[in-house]
Design a protein around this ligand. Sequence first.
Ligand code: GAR
Length: 204
Amino acid sequence: MTTSLGVISSGRGENLRYILHEERAGRLPARVRIVLTDQPDAGALRIAKEFCVPCHFIDPSNHRREEYDQKLIAHLEAEGVELVVLTGYMRILSSLFVRRYKDRILNIHPALLPSFRGMDAFSQALEYGVKWTGTTVHIVDEDVDHGPIVYQRPVPVLENDTHDSLKARIQRAEHKAYPHAIKMFIEGWPKVQGRKLVWQREEK
Ligand code: GAR
């Protein structure tokens, strides 16, 4: 069984590249059907084109959040998307969107949640002085960087780390962690019970 993915990104799209790489290598039982972005110059658009995946810039100007999300949903539904994957999507999803894809939206955050939610998790970790940080793949609920955790990968903070060196180390970890977590998720299709996931390990 191949699961249809829809990726939404605001940024560079490097996570998308690694997901597509694993998919094309036959190591991910999934197919990225569509890439959507709210930024006209998002790197994700270029990467989608490189891999011949349909992609669209959806202009957020002059739209209320729900109207905008309805447009995203229309594209995702047209492609039969079963699992939505956020990679550096910087807009908060409306309840409408979260309810439509309830427990079927994944996000990656560059810290070990619940530490360092929100913007610039790298600076937050450096300022706090933690010795370990990392990356978290979680299910998206209506609160930011909050939903049940699917997978985490720790990353050390080194003595002389700068913002950029820590960011690069965490992002290298993300490039392995996200495809791994997506595979686990698709193969296990967990039920959400509170903050816990109950893995089913059977067909959807
Ligand atoms: C990733 O580091 C991801 O964790 C972060 O944006 C980057 C996207 O990189 N997401 C967040 O901070 C969301 N809270 P990419 O565009 O190269 O995949």
